[in-house]
Design a protein around this ligand. Structure first.
Ligand SMILES: [Zn+2]
Length: 179
């Protein structure tokens, strides 16, 4: 949040130190620090029944986009929306405890503070018949529909194939443009 920039930066630095993440991570990954929103609303359960939150504008845009897709015969499912920095740190800690290396984990998970999911504007989207969070989502009619129509609702594919950041291609990850 504006006004509490140094507090947020200190929290992120502490989470990184605890996980052994290098202090130049932000420059290396090529992504800005992501801030948590002032307001989140309940967006109901995701496809696994887990309660999800997003910003009010994101929720409105998501509902409108999902409804339009449904009218076109396309089913869009929510996999994940808002995730805070502490949640992201816990996720990485569990993978480290499971024996994976930090380098491997950071290829697929942004470090705490750098995930677009912190903003409450990023959504992971799936469709029936295609496993969630897998690259083959880009072979589905749902992905084609999103590439043609998501822009109209304000959603942008954050990590395209030709990405400027070190985050790998994520055809399922869409973020509402900041206003
Ligand atoms: Zn995502």
């Amino acid at each position: 949040m504006p006004g509490d920039e140094s507090g947020y930066t200190s929290q992120i630095n502490a989470l990184h130190a605890a996980l052994g993440i290098a202090s130049d991570y932000g420059e290396w990954i090529g992504l800005p620090l992501q801030h948590e929103p002032a307001q989140l609303v309940s967006a109901g359960p995701d496809m696994f029944g887990r309660p999800q939150q997003m910003t009010p504008a994101t929720f409105a845009a998501w509902q409108a986009m999902r409804d339009r897709a449904a009218r076109d015969g396309i089913t869009l499912c929510l996999v994940s929306a808002y995730r805070g920095a502490t949640y992201q740190a816990d996720l990485i800690r569990r993978k480290l405890d499971g024996g994976r290396t930090l380098d491997d984990i950071l290829k697929v998970n942004a470090a705490p503070g750098y995930s677009e999911h912190h903003t409450g504007r990023a959504l992971d989207i799936a469709t029936p018949g295609s496993p969630p969070l897998e690259t083959e989502f880009d072979q589905t009619d749902a992905f084609d529909w999103l590439m043609k129509n998501a822009d109209e609702f304000g959603f942008v594919l954050s990590y395209p194939k030709e990405s400027v950041s070190a985050i790998t291609y994520e055809p399922w990850h869409w973020c509402l443009r900041a206003d």
